[in-house]
Design a protein around this ligand. Structure first.
Ligand SMILES: Cc1cn([C@H]2C[C@H](O)[C@@H](COP(=O)(O)OP(=O)(O)O[C@H]3O[C@@H](C)C(=O)[C@@H](O)[C@H]3O)O2)c(=O)[nH]c1=O
Length: 190
């Protein structure tokens, strides 16, 4: 399994090998053994699948606060996305900084988004299936969000805000300035 660092500590791109033959390929998309060997978390308890119909759909920026904080291992099984993680660990030298990684059915890569990050993505194609593992269960009472187009974060989504397809909830999310992070410098509770 290939592991590539990003500029945000703990946020890494993992790409499992694909064994190609005359039929197609075979790939172990998740293995606790491979994750442990790479010193990465493997304690995932929930799998999510979201389908987005059209290019330019944005979901995010979301997290769950402790005690239900979620690390996420995100991959795109159909189409492609730009997957985004924003460091919101209080006291982190990269607080407020973001990374964006293209994930697709072609590249087979996954982004590990640790606890202490906001997460979101934009679809780069029509008909996108995003499949991700979470290290804690859904706990809607702990959900937090920040506007995807917050100017203090300044994510380049590749489309303008008025072109984006959003949920009603994401359209009403608050600003980064109002966001009081519940995460300490190690992504645990503050
Ligand atoms: C996130 C989630 C939602 N739901 C339900 C609630 C609601 O009826 C419906 C759609 O929920 P949402 O609008 O919150 O879905 P969505 O906007 O896709 O939310 C997701 O966005 C990405 C970026 C993430 O990082 C995820 O953690 C999650 O927050 O699904 C669950 O049953 N379990 C879950 O784990």
């Amino acid at each position: 399994m290939k592991v590539e660092k990003t500029k945000l500590d703990g946020c890494v791109i993992v790409t499992p090998p694909r064994h190609g033959d005359n039929r197609g390929f075979f790939s172990e998309t998740f293995s606790t053994r491979a994750m442990e060997q790479a010193d990465l978390p493997s304690n995932f308890v929930q799998d999510n699948l979201s389908r987005s119909a059209t290019k330019g759909t944005i979901r995010g920026l979301h997290c769950q606060a402790p005690p239900h904080a979620q690390a996420k291992l995100v991959r795109c099984l159909r189409g492609s996305i730009l997957d985004v993680a924003v460091d919101v660990r209080h006291g982190s030298p990269t607080y407020g900084e973001w990374v964006a990684v293209e994930l697709s059915d072609e590249n087979g890569s996954a982004l590990l988004v640790p606890t202490g990050f906001l997460h979101g993505f934009v679809t780069l194609t029509d008909g996108v299936d995003v499949f991700y593992k979470c290290s804690d269960h859904y706990a809607p009472e702990t959900e937090m969000s920040v506007r995807f187009d917050d100017p203090d974060i300044g994510i380049d989504w590749g489309i303008s805000a008025d072109q984006a397809t959003l949920s009603g909830k994401d359209g009403e999310a608050g600003s980064m300035a109002e966001f009081v992070t519940p995460f300490g410098p190690d992504g645990g509770p503050r």
